[in-house]
Design a protein around this ligand. Structure first.
Ligand SMILES: [Zn+2]
Length: 66
């Protein structure tokens, strides 16, 4: 679905970094470099971006009745 606004564990804002994360990932930037640029030190925050699957566009194709 949508990227969660904050890290579940520590509360750091992560949603504002999602677009930049995708952009850097498409440019084949190494993961360590991506997180250094996004200023995400803790692994709890890093997993929020790594583990997220953006399904909102797929889910929106279906109506609520189905
Ligand atoms: Zn965190």
């Amino acid at each position: 679905m949508l990227i969660p606004i904050r890290c579940f564990t520590c509360g750091t804002l992560v949603a504002d970094k999602w677009d930049e994360y995708l952009k850097l990932k498409e440019q084949d930037t190494p993961p360590e470099e991506i997180f250094k640029r996004l200023d995400l030190e803790r692994f709890c925050c890093r997993r929020m971006l790594i583990a997220h699957v953006d399904l909102i566009d797929d889910v929106l194709k279906f109506s609520r009745q189905q």
